[in-house]
Design a protein around this ligand. Sequence first.
Ligand code: IPE
Ligand code: IPE
Ligand code: MG
Length: 232
Amino acid sequence: MSNIPQHVSIIMDGNGRWAQARGKERIFGHFEGAESVRACLEAAVEDGVKYLSLYAFSEENWARPEAEVNGLMELLMKYMRQELTNMMSNHVRFVVLGHRERLSEKVNALIDEVMAATAANGGTTLVVFLSYSGKWDILQAMKKAARECSPEQFQAMEIKDFDPYLVTAGIPDPDLLIRTSGELRISNYMLWQTAYTEFYFTDTLWPDFRKPEFREALAEYARRDRRYGKVK
Ligand code: IPE
Ligand code: IPE
Ligand code: MG
């Protein structure tokens, strides 16, 4: 396949509806969604996508019922433990970005462990956005810049100089953003970084989004014409 995006990002949505349609608890949808994560990561590795980033839990998601939040954290820990061997053999680097202070010590310790273990892997980078929001990211970047720059440097700052302060520092902006489940919104995801990202919306619910669906999105991306405001 030609014109493979360097960075594919996914707003993984529709787990709850997938479960409810089967008369099951919402958490079953999250479990099935973890299979879609495996499938899409495998496809990304096979197709040479350098960065696959996933919106797994937003800052707003903390307002969900405690049982669901706890279930999601348990699922995340299970995924990290189970997939470490797989990530090592596929040279996958694992990174978590977000407001980590809000996560429990236990979750943070495991994240640190898996990030350290995979840090030197040179294949696809899997970025998991956890307790993340785009507005939070911009605000923490502004505060960090204000701390680290002199007033003169701060005033002289240009747009490109701001990127290193975002949690995504060093990661190229997403080329393609996929959102499943038919919702047509950004839900406070990477607001700054998606300025020129191609959007792909599908009605498919996240637990049903597997390799063929991922590749269909890549094929659609390959047909897009990115102009960045210029004329061709
Ligand atoms: C996405 O599925 C997973 C998370 C936001 C954690 P949802 O849980 O939002 O599923 P729906 O949108 O209610 O169907
Ligand atoms: C967006 O999904 C966040 C994640 C996928 C992690 P939500 O289901 O939380 O978004 P809204 O509430 O429909 O906007
Ligand atoms: Mg949702």
